[in-house]
Ligand binder design. Structure first.
Ligand code: TYM
Length: 343
């Protein structure tokens, strides 16, 4: 029986945060047993902001090791680096001719990034969602587990797939977003709980990194911004900082908001902060240990990524053959064998 195909990715721009873990990676690992999962370190996406080459190379490997440390099992899932499969960039070009300027111009992430990187608003930053559509559509993906901030990009991938299929026949599967519940879809910045927790935030205290040690995690939660209301409620408008801590605690513990409110009915912010830190430390400590082991064995990591790229590459070629054929581009016999397929 074939399993639904799942694709997701994360950018190697700085270390991953607790938001990435709760909003995405933890959900990925939970899907491995009953889905055909493909997980990708999207290094080409990360080039839309300037990277120092030597540091970038290490970060890409760090992120691959972190995927594994979080529980992605290379015997169950395909894990690879985006730039190892050239079809991603190739399909992105083809799909850019099916994506409208107006659609890209509406992307809130582009607007945010154009503001925060005003000195480098490159064309790649604008066409970023097209590369993301290529990542997803290349594998006939059914489901894409992401945090809430990626939903708009996913909608665009769907629109592009529908437009292409309408003109050239049913080549692409139209993917569904899968946004995690339990308060984890949008973990907020600890210093400004109106913003999402972002790995590129400047302030150290704003974000908990997956690889932070227990002392750092405790310190960051103790300094988290709350309010002066002295009550613990689920009122997101008036108490965004408190609600964020509740969401993190209950995501780490796997319990509902009602249970969290009962547990913290003492209304003591100090206890809420420390207990949230403790729950997060318990969750992340094994990940950190496994990460350090994996990074000390480069040959093992290289082997896993090499096999992943081979598997993903073979699947990507099958789709590229269909796409090129559908568009009327002559197939390169060296690449695809001598048959000039029409299917
Ligand atoms: P990236 O690298 O910013 O984040 C990786 C995943 O983490 C989720 N996430 C969060 N979830 C909850 N709370 C937060 N504060 C939080 N911050 C991040 C993101 O939603 C994401 O699921 N464009 C993507 C990478 C990408 C991709 C793809 C994803 C490229 N191609 C194809 C899925 C499918 C990105 O920048 O994610």
């Amino acid at each position: 029986m074939t399993q639904p195909i799942v694709f997701s990715g994360a950018q190697p721009t700085g270390q991953l945060t607790l938001g990435n873990y709760l909003g995405a990676l933890r959900q990925w690992t939970a899907m491995q047993d009953d889905h055909d999962c493909i997980f990708c370190v999207v290094d080409l996406h990360a080039l839309t902001v300037r990277q120092d080459p030597a540091e970038f190379r290490e970060r890409i490997l760090d992120l691959a090791a972190l995927f594994l440390a979080c529980g992605i099992d290379p015997d169950k899932s395909t894990i690879f680096i985006q730039s190892h499969v050239p079809a991603h960039a190739e399909l992105a070009w083809l799909l850019s001719t099916f994506t409208m300027m107006g659609e890209l111009d509406r992307m809130t992430q582009f607007k945010d990034k154009a503001r925060s990187h005003a000195q480098n608003v490159n064309a790649g930053l604008f066409t970023y969602p097209v590369l993301m559509a290529a990542d997803i559509l290349l594998y006939g993906t059914h489901k894409v587990p992401v945090g809430e901030d990626q939903k708009q990009h996913l909608e665009l991938s769907r629109d592009v797939a529908v437009r292409f299929n309408g003109l050239h026949g049913p080549v692409f599967v139209v993917p569904e977003p899968l946004v995690t519940g339990g308060g984890a879809a949008r973990i907020k910045d600890l210093q400004d709980p109106l913003k999402k927790m972002s790995k590129t935030a400047e302030a150290d205290l704003a974000k908990v990194m997956i690889l932070d040690d227990p002392a750092a995690i405790l310190k960051k939660f103790k300094k988290a911004v709350t309010d002066g209301l002295a009550q613990i409620s689920a009122d997101e408008v008036n108490q965004p900082g408190v609600v964020n801590l509740l969401n993190i605690w209950r995501a780490a513990k796997g319990v509902s908001m009602e249970e969290a409110l009962t547990h913290f009915s003492h209304n003591q912010y100090g206890r809420l902060k420390v207990e949230t830190a403790e729950a997060v430390i318990a969750l992340l400590e094994p990940v950190r240990t496994r990460f350090l082991e994996l990074r000390s064995d480069p040959a093992e990591l290289e082997g896993i990524l090499g096999r992943g790229a081979e598997l993903a590459g073979a699947r990507a070629e099958t789709m590229m053959k269909r796409v090129l054929t559908a568009l009327g581009l002559p197939l390169n016999a060296r690449r695809f064998g001598s048959a000039q397929g029409r299917s």
